[in-house]
Design a protein around this ligand. Sequence first.
Ligand code: TRP
Length: 327
Amino acid sequence: MSHNQRIVSGMRPTGPLHLGHYFGVIANWIKLQEAYDCFFFVADWHALTSEYADPTRIKGFVPGLVKDWVAAGLDPDKCAIFQQSQIKEHAELFLYLSMYTPLGWLERCPTFKEMNAELTQKDLNTHGFLGYPVLMAADILMYKPKAVPVGKDQLPHLELAREIARRFNHLTSSEFFPEPADMLTEECKLNGLDGRKMSKSYGNSIKLSEPLDEIIPKIKGMKTDESRLRKSDPGDPAVCNLYPYHKLITDPARLPEIQEGCKNATWGCVDCKKVLIESLERFLTPLHERRAACTDERVAEILAAGNKKAREYAAATMADLRALVNF
Ligand code: TRP
């Protein structure tokens, strides 16, 4: 496959994935694995930039993330699944790229400013955290990908990776790093069960690995169209917190019936939730089966194969780069 068919993306191992991750990121990866030479990795060093004071949890989250990916439908026979910290070349490229990266670019990075303001309980005034986008540039540029599928929040990092590539090319009078394009992932349209953004920290999400008997009471308590107080009031799927779930998870053939029932007040929210519970069961059962089949031994095998493939590419990039910079 020619180099411009490569795709690289990563995720930090910070806990179990939920439906928001599935529809926001993973569903797109699953499509991409059919058409591109994909490298998907667990960004454990990136997790360390904020968790360095207590890194023990990161290790536990690594196999869980791989299991969630496989459960969701990533196929290790179609894409390379690897672990960032096992490819030491990423650290070496991070070092080289650091030499070329002006401090001002990093200090101005919006994610640096925001995270530092938000996560006040952690000290993120570190060299490592400031360098987060440089490490990410190394992850990306290592594989000279055609594009990087990311959400909107990661675009400033991708832009920095391109600027670093440009500056490196300029200062080495080379075209060593092709500039990776962005491939913007559509934002997930699901809010959390309480109507706020779905987030692990709000406790309003449905995890991909969550047993159905734990999901059912959550759906029963889920917020719907708040202006619909009684069953006899007509509802509006367009403003309902639950309807987007039907749009993504329920058989499309059933949507007209749900819409009509809500608008005519012939259906109550309880009816609607019953259908959603059935839909979730249908959607999650194969995921749960694949997850159960993905044992720790299987995870080790998957990572060993993915790491091997990544390492081959990384070793070749670094050999060329060292020659170029005379080291
Ligand atoms: N920063 C990304 C996130 O938090 C994770 C990440 C690390 C990444 N390295 C990457 C994503 C390289 C794409 C490419 O989501």
